[in-house]
Design a protein around this ligand. Sequence first.
Ligand SMILES: [Zn+2]
Length: 90
Amino acid sequence: MCNCISEIEKKIHDKYPTHNGKEVESVNAHVIWIFTDDGMDKGTSTEFVMTLKGQKKKHPVEVNHTYCPFCGIKYKQEDENSTTRTDSSN
Ligand SMILES: [Zn+2]
């Protein structure tokens, strides 16, 4: 597994030590947790939005990335076809 997420969080923090006149305490990527053979690790995902006919409320569908979008290294996942559905109504 690569360190892209941590490295980019640090680069953003280094580039933006302050925002709107206030000190930036931390920068955190929206991550998903991937089950690996060694335990768990951070991964990335892309959120799609599903609209149901006749309903204004949108339902997010999160699709996990199989490869790091920054360096292209394949994420080690237990389940190769891991797709997570998230429902904000809960
Ligand atoms: Zn990477």
